[in-house]
Write a protein that binds this ligand. Structure first.
Ligand code: AMP
Ligand code: MG
Length: 406
């Protein structure tokens, strides 16, 4: 059976890259930069105070000690958003608020709680070093510097940095539209009554959220029963998007029709079945649309945990790659000590739901309990996946295992 690594490679080597567009900042979250961003200005744009206090000339305080107090006359006040017009004269201080520009002539700010204020005069009893409480122009970013590199996924902090540089638009890869089809005659919508033998469609909701988190644009095709006609008409619609993800109907049961329909519609199946647990029966295919676009198709198994795990391991990295990202695996490799034995007899790669905790600087991990792939609540309490390689057998308490944080 195909290995996990080969399956991932087959996907990442073939998915197309989305075109790029200019987007406003509020449309940029979670998406990936298509070009380096260069600062057009210094940050901060001017020397300013990091404290509420008094702007002074540090040389004025050279002789201040506990026994020898210095007195400086207050010569004015400057708040954030204002500028102080006069140059600070020796022997004087200017009351200054956090974020206000340092007046000409001043080179330090003494915190207001460190001075005594009397009749328009401050007294200080410590020497103040040059630069104290001064945020220098350009100390964070200098004009001309690359602040964010192509391939960066934009977090709120990244978008905030862009805003502080006065950048209103960024070049991003177009968000891939990801059509979602859930299949199974037992599936009913969340708002529908539950007839005997039916279960609710949780995958439609987990998949939607996973797509959003991965920077894609989810498109719900609804659900199809285990009926060729119904599946075909939905998949035909789905193939008009950039990516198609289906859940269910991809195993070897009598009613598992998804693969059959995909092939009939011209999807070239690249692989079916991967040597992993959960999620073994997943399939991946490529469809060439009438406009010669390549549409990656992921047929995921329907068990809710299998759906999520295969999405995280295969679909998410594919969406990242399509959106111009480099790699989606956490760059930080983490390992933890097992808190209990884990029996394992097969030669699959396991992704067990785990709970990792930090005990005095050491990571310990245990599983969430039953690893049934139908039990979605295991992914509610899990904070990591425990990755157990193919060749490892029965694990013992105390063994080191690799974990991937969720
Ligand atoms: P399948 O992959 O179609 O064989 O389905 C495997 C298991 O997952 C069955 O127990 C299904 O009832 C369940 N399942 C399939 N699709 C969904 C869904 N959309 N939401 C929740 N459970 C599902
Ligand atoms: Mg089914």
């Amino acid at each position: 059976m195909l290995s996990f690594q080969d399956a991932r490679r087959a996907i990442l080597q073939t998915v197309p890259t989305m075109s790029t567009e200019s987007a406003v900042l509020r449309e940029a979250y979670h998406r990936i930069l298509a070009a380096d961003v260069v600062a057009g200005m210094d940050l901060p744009p001017f020397d300013n105070s990091s404290m509420d206090g008094y702007a002074i000339r540090s040389s004025d305080t050279a002789n201040a000690t506990g026994g020898n107090r210095m007195r400086l006359n207050i010569a004015g006040e400057v708040s954030a958003g204002q500028i102080s017009r006069r140059e600070l004269q020796p022997g004087t201080a200017v009351r200054i608020m956090t974020g206000a520009p340092i007046p000409e002539g001043a080179d330090a700010v003494i915190e207001q709680e460190l001075v005594d204020l009397r009749n328009g005069v401050i007294e200080l009893h410590t020497r103040v070093a040059e630069g104290r409480n001064v945020r220098r122009r350009g100390e964070e970013t200098q004009k001309g510097e690359i602040v964010l590199r192509k391939g960066t996924r934009l977090t709120p902090a990244c978008v905030g940095v862009l805003a502080s540089l006065g950048i209103t638009h960024v070049e991003l890869h177009v968000r891939p539209s990801v059509a979602l089809l859930t299949t199974g005659s037992e599936i009913v919508g969340v708002e529908e009554p539950l007839a005997p033998g039916k279960i609710r469609n949780s995958n439609a909701y987990t998949l939607w959220g996973l797509v959003v988190e991965s920077g894609g644009n989810p498109v719900d095709l609804g659900k199809a029963g285990d009926d060729e006609e119904e599946i075909r008409s939905k998949i035909e619609l789905g193939l008009q998007n950039d990516v198609l993800v289906t859940s269910g109907g991809v195993s070897v049961g009598k009613h598992d029709l998804v693969l059959h329909v995909l092939k009939e519609l011209g999807v070239a199946i690249q692989f079916w079945k991967v040597n992993i647990k959960p999620g073994m029966p997943m399939a991946f295919g490529l469809y060439r649309s009438a406009q010669s676009r390549i549409v990656p198709v992921f047929a995921l198994p329907g068990n809710p945990v299998s759906t999520m795990v295969t999405f995280l391991q295969f679909v998410r990295p594919a969406l990242t790659r399509m959106s111009g990202g480099v790699d989606d695996k956490p760059s930080l490799k983490l390992s933890a000590k097992l808190e209990h034995d884990i029996p394992k007899t097969d030669e699959k790669r396991h992704f067990s739901r785990g709970i990792v905790r930090n005990v005095q600087g050491n990571l310990f991990v245990r599983t969430t309990g039953s690893q049934s792939s139908g039990m979605l609540s295991s992914l509610v309490i899990a904070n990591c996946l425990i990755v157990i390689p193919e060749e490892r057998k029965d694990l013992k308490a105390g063994d080191e295992v690799e974990i991937e944080l969720l």
